[in-house]
Design a protein around this ligand. Structure first.
Ligand code: ADP
Ligand code: ASP
Ligand code: MG
Length: 410
């Protein structure tokens, strides 16, 4: 008999019929002898609705109160799913994050799970109950309700699976696995049977929203057997693996993209030690994360300095940079919040040269200008104008032959 932690996302519990369908499946599995902990998201659209509701009352809602409000989305679905299970003669108990002591830090809106007290869950499982837990939420040391950031129910699922030492953590969504890229952008995208943990980590951090980045980090830390599946159709889904066989690895496994990007440039800053530290120090003080950074070769003893931030922090960054520019007597500050980042990811890149030039050639052929580049061992990212997002992703998908099974192009 195995212990499964299953997480059902917003579309999977989006209306009463879908909640009933999830209950059918869970009740069937319970009957066949599995122990089950089920994590659910809010019904699709609900979290957005609650955010808008809050903003209609207060444009800048206090983060603590926003979390109290947002946590209600998931509280609704745990109750409904448990009712549906009980109706099927399947004993079930619903719990909020607070009730099962999902202890987090106090960073409202982006809290991190520190600890889970799994005692109560084990007791229920022993009594033959299905335990239904609200995703996306926890409680801090002082008893405040916290939430884990958008997509955070994935992390609740993986963290519970780690704490309970589950045999598998299954993330059920509206796609039947992890694809070579978002199937909404490229219809030829293909489901991967397996993806290495490292690749999944890069894909998630570079913008593939199929798994929240934090959930992948958690899975890696505790080696949680993790699988992404569809709640609408049967199938093997995609298994995240921890062993990799470089010999068999395709050059490129997937393409990720991120629309939430913006870039800023400060021109004509003195080219001397400490300048980069000063500029980024001011941005860091405002708690803004910087992603890519480029500094030009100096001409006439001054240089240009460009970096990217999350689009939501563009305005704030611009204002800070204008102040910095005055202090440094820089020439000007410019910016662009209509940019995107496209990345190719693959562990096979480690042992192959020439992927970057292949990538740049493919983009040039489509007339796509590359504004910034960054690379690591297993990924290459470029920043381009947002109007080229779909064209760029499609061109790269076909250049690297990702639509073909067992692809290994270039
Ligand atoms: P849920 O509400 O179940 O958590 P999400 O919307 O968060 O589901 O994640 C699933 C979505 O992720 C898919 O509908 C798909 O559009 C998107 N997605 C982005 N990149 C990928 C990828 N590489 N493979 C699969 N899905 C992806
Ligand atoms: N309901 C939350 C969101 O929409 C958490 C989740 O679905 O994972 O982001
Ligand atoms: Mg999600």
């Amino acid at each position: 008999m195995s212990l499964l932690v299953q997480k059902y996302g917003g579309t999977s519990v989006g209306n009463p019929e879908r909640i009933n369908a999830v209950a059918d499946k869970v009740a069937r599995l319970r009957k066949s002898g599995h122990d089950l902990v089920v994590v659910v998201s809010a019904m699709s659209g609900e979290t957005d609705r609650l955010i808008n509701l809050a903003k209609s009352i207060n444009a800048d809602p206090p983060p603590r109160e926003l979390d109290v409000l947002l946590a209600t989305g998931e509280q609704t679905t745990i109750a409904l799913l448990s009712m549906a299970l009980e109706k099927r003669g399947c004993p079930a108990r619903s719990y909020t994050g607070y009730q099962v002591h999902i202890r987090t830090d106090s960073a409202f809106g982006k809290a991190r799970i520190m600890q889970i007290d799994e005692k109560r869950i084990h007791e229920d499982l022993k009594k033959g109950r299905v335990v239904v837990v609200a995703g996306f939420q926890g409680v801090d040391e002082d008893g405040n309700i916290t939430t884990l950031g958008r997509g955070g129910s994935d992390t609740t699922g993986v963290a519970l699976a780690a704490a309970l030492k589950a045999d598998e953590c299954q993330i059920y969504s509206d796609v039947d696995g992890v694809y070579t890229t978002d199937p909404r952008i490229v219809s030829e995208a293909r489901r991967l049977d397996r993806i290495t943990f490292e690749e999944m980590l890069e894909m998630a951090s570079l913008g593939s929203k199929v798994l929240q980045l934090r959930s992948v980090e958690f899975a890696g830390k505790y080696r949680v057997p993790l699988r992404v599946l569809s709640s609408f159709q049967e199938g093997p889904g995609t298994l995240i693996t921890y062993e990799e066989n470089e010999m068999e690895a395709p050059l490129i496994s997937g393409i990720a993209f991120n629309r939430d990007e913006a870039k800023l440039t400060i021109r004509g800053v003195p080219d001397k030690p400490g300048i980069a530290a000063h500029i980024l120090g001011e941005i860091g003080k405002a708690n803004i994360n910087v992603d890519m950074i480029v500094q030009n070769v100096a001409a006439d003893e001054t240089t240009d300095f460009t970096f990217t931030v999350h689009r939501g922090e563009y305005q704030k960054s611009f204002e800070i940079l204008e102040r910095v520019a005055q202090t440094l007597k820089a020439r000007e500050v410019t910016g662009d919040d209509k940019i995107v980042k496209i990345s190719v990811v693959g562990v096979g890149m480690r042992s192959h040269a020439g992927i970057a030039s292949e990538m740049f050639k493919a983009l040039a052929k489509e007339g796509i200008n590359i504004q910034m580049i960054s690379t690591s061992e297993i990924k290459i990212s470029v920043v381009v104008d947002e109007k080229y997002l779909e064209l760029g992703v499609r061109a790269l998908h076909s250049t690297f032959g990702l639509e073909k099974p067992g692809h290994s192009a270039a």
